[in-house]
Design a protein. Structure first.
Length: 334
């Protein structure tokens, strides 16, 4: 499950600007928004594993849409694939969607899959009792990721800045390993690497995404072309999601088995992630899409995230939000 760790938004910005690079030539081989099949990308995160259930139980077909559900071992590759037009839709964070938009991609957020409510954590060694104690300490994190964002939010709450710590930039899997090996004092990571990090004796979470409601939303993001030209299929995807969530609720044991298998973890390990990822209901989707001035609203979070990616040099231009949040499909769910 290392793919969600590779959330380097700088990588996808380079990918967008280098439209002629061979690595992105797949877009010319794809009929991404013109055929009869919809290709959805997804990778390792509990909030996206329900797509595996939809596939296995035939729920896409039931809702009248033909889907090629494409698994990406590399999360960054899935972002690049959507930005280049190689796939029609992708499961990705708001952070990465805004980074793509700032680089010129035309995208629409059509569904909130979930919010991280504890599965992203800052874990510290024995002797560090809170975020304030990180001052002067080595903290490993993958730069430009949502866990980097979480770290900055936690530091700000503790009246510290990134300059007050010694940031050690590592991919999330390597960061967790460095923490367990005693090379750093703390790590910011997501499940399942939180489980790895907590194997260090005496370690504990000093902050989690549960303390920052709405800060890390995950979405189904589609190309703007798809949302405009193939509304019927996009509606079918959104309908399938909510039917899948209902099926999981009614068949929890079987569903967990499917999702744990897709995540290559044990059933018990998967169950331990349940509370840390809050799958959104239709009403929670509608509330999130409604413009507002609290962390529960996507436009509010987008503003904060835009500040983050620009101030950290992850984007040169502040992304625009016009047409980004498209709630018409959620509103039309039966």
């Amino acid at each position: 499950m290392i793919s969600r760790s590779r959330r380097l938004m700088t990588a996808l910005l380079c990918a967008i600007s280098l439209a002629g690079v061979t690595a992105l030539s797949a877009c010319s081989d794809s009929t991404a928004a013109s055929g009869t099949k919809i290709t959805i990308g997804y990778s390792a995160w509990p909030g996206w594993f329900p797509w595996a259930v939809a596939q296995e139980k035939g729920l896409f077909e039931k809702n009248g849409v033909t889907v090629d559900l494409k698994w990406f071992d590399s999360y960054t590759e899935s972002i690049n694939a959507l930005s280049s037009g190689a796939i029609d839709a992708n499961s990705q964070t708001l952070n990465d969607t805004l980074a793509s938009v700032s680089g010129g991609a035309k995208l629409s957020v059509v569904l909130v899959n979930d919010n991280s409510t504890g599965n992203d954590k800052i874990i510290a060694r024995e002797g560090i009792s809170g975020v304030a104690d990180l001052k002067g300490k080595k903290v490993a994190v993958e730069q430009g990721t949502v866990d980097h964002y979480l770290l900055l939010l936690a530091l700000q709450e503790a009246k510290l800045t990134e300059k007050d710590i010694e940031l050690v930039p590592l991919l999330t899997d390597a960061a967790a390993a460095a923490f367990v090996g005693g090379q750093v004092d703390a790590v910011a990571a997501f499940a399942p690497f939180t489980t790895t990090a907590l194997q260090r004796p005496g370690s504990r979470a000093v902050a989690t995404s549960a303390e920052f409601p709405g800060a890390i939303p995950d979405h189904l993001v589609v190309s703007e072309k798809l949302s405009k030209e193939r509304k019927k299929e996009v509606q079918a995807l959104v309908n399938t999601w909510f039917e899948t969530v209902a099926w999981i609720k009614a068949n929890k044991d079987e569903a967990i088995g499917i999702m744990a298998k897709r995540g290559a973890v044990t059933i018990d390990a998967y169950k331990s992630y349940d509370a840390g990822t809050t799958i959104f209901t239709k009403q929670q989707n509608l509330d999130a899409f409604t413009p507002g001035v609290t962390p529960a609203h996507l436009n509010f979070q987008a503003g904060k995230i835009a500040d983050f990616i620009v101030s950290n040099g992850l984007a040169q231009n502040r992304p625009g939000f016009d047409g980004l949040f498209d709630d018409q499909f959620v509103k039309s769910v039966p």
